[in-house]
Design a protein around this ligand. Structure first.
Ligand code: NAD
Ligand code: TDX
Length: 332
């Protein structure tokens, strides 16, 4: 395996993965990315020309996808519409990219016999009660809540069907909430960090008791590479790093780490259908493939992420005003 095609490689997690692969392997990488509002070529700056190439295009473009699959030994599929709040506002692009786009890749994988790894989310499992000791496992039934998570669930089921019906050589991973550099300012952690930098009060949805299971994007990348190299075809692996925190705790921690009063934030309108709690049990990945997370100290990882946003204002500033205008229009 030496020529990797990475879809969505100009987005948050995809770009982190590309940097990880260039640093830790000798693979060649081609990124296929549409550069939607969420894609940013600046996230891929500094990569070596002899090992990296960028192609702008849509994963739903069957002719382009076919051409790129013909040149790849394996494909890692990150491209998606990824933001729940956008999916509540305008679901259509979520169906086009997450479902029809994934279908287009699966058909190419079937024609070319290409190894495919499909990136998905823990949100396909719905949510858990706050006081439930359970965590999601590979056996938890699918029960998605939002247009975003239902299209991701649909894409996972397509992958499973193409494995079983057509013998496509695919694996799936469902990961918990990522944080780290290159994350769009629409998402919870970068939104609050950049609000503080701009002198805007952070915004907490509802009471903020909702729990997310945080993992550093670098740990997600090492897990995906492990599955690509050692995962069993047709299998699903859950990726998580035991990072459960409620949103109120995270927003107060961001304020404290940035030298502000931890109470200096606003409660705003809650998200419709807001999932209560996600929690991942990643025993299968750890026991079967020997993967371990490296970023075990959330406070240290968050402090480093804050430093990154402070040092890279030119990366996030172009998207900040439009993002805040969108939230303001919804009272958030
Ligand atoms: P992102 O929104 O930051 O990036 C998505 C990328 O896909 C962008 O570069 C965008 O331009 C590209 N893209 C969108 N539509 C496309 C299309 N039709 N054709 C080609 N490229 C297209 O998303 P992210 O947070 O990096 O998430 C990446 C993947 O990881 C998604 O599949 C998401 O469901 C999954 N995931 C994300 C998280 C998280 O916490 N962010 C957690 C688990 C799983
Ligand atoms: O301003 C905010 N205030 C707030 O309280 C925003 C933007 C969010 N929130 C809350 C909503 C969630 O409970 O913070 C939590 C995290 O929100 P998001 O960053 O929007 O992430 P989430 O909806 O949990 O989904 C993320 O993790 C799973 C990614 O966006 C998905 O792509 C991934 O599948």
């Amino acid at each position: 395996m030496s020529r990797l095609l990475v879809t969505g490689g100009a987005g948050f997690i995809g770009s982190n993965f590309v940097h990880h692969v260039i640093e830790h392997t000798d693979h060649q990488v081609t990124v296929l990315d549409k550069l939607t509002y969420a894609g940013n070529l600046a996230s891929l700056e500094g990569l070596p020309d002899d090992r990296f190439r960028f192609v702008r295009g849509d994963i739903g473009d069957a002719a382009l996808v076919d051409e790129l699959f013909a040149q790849a030994d394996a494909v890692v599929h990150y491209a998606a519409e990824s933001h729940n709040d956008n999916s509540l506002d305008e679901p259509r692009p979520f169906l086009d990219t997450n479902i029809v786009g994934t279908y287009t890749l699966l058909e190419a994988a079937r024609r070319h016999g290409t190894r495919l790894h499909h990136i998905s989310t823990d949100e396909v499992y719905g949510d858990l009660e706050l006081d439930d000791p359970a965590r999601f496992t590979e056996h938890t039934p699918y029960n998605p809540s939002s247009p975003y998570s239902s299209t991701k669930a649909g894409s996972d089921l397509l992958v499973r069907a193409w494995v079983r019906s057509f013998g496509v050589r695919a694996t799936i991973s469902n990961c918990s909430n990522n944080y780290g550099p290159y994350q769009h300012v629409e998402k919870f952690i970068p939104r609050q960090i950049t609000n503080v930098i701009r002198g805007i009060r952070p915004k907490l949805y509802g009471a903020g008791l909702n729990v997310r299971d945080w993992i550093h994007a670098e740990d997600h990348s090492s897990a995906v590479l492990t599955i690509l190299e050692k995962g069993r075809i047709g299998q699903t692996y859950l990726i998580g790093a035991d990072g459960e925190k409620d949103n109120k705790t995270v927003i107060e921690l961001i304020l404290r780490l940035m030298g502000e009063d931890p109470a200096a934030y606003d409660h705003v309108a809650d998200r419709a259908g807001h999932d209560l709690r996600y929690a991942i049990d990643s025993t299968k990945l750890r026991d079967e493939l020997g993967w371990q997370p490296r970023y075990r100290d959330f406070e240290a990882g968050l402090a480093a992420t804050i430093d990154w946003y402070r040092a890279h204002e030119e990366w996030w500033a172009p998207a900040k005003d439009a993002t805040e205008a969108f939230y303001a229009s919804k009272g958030q």
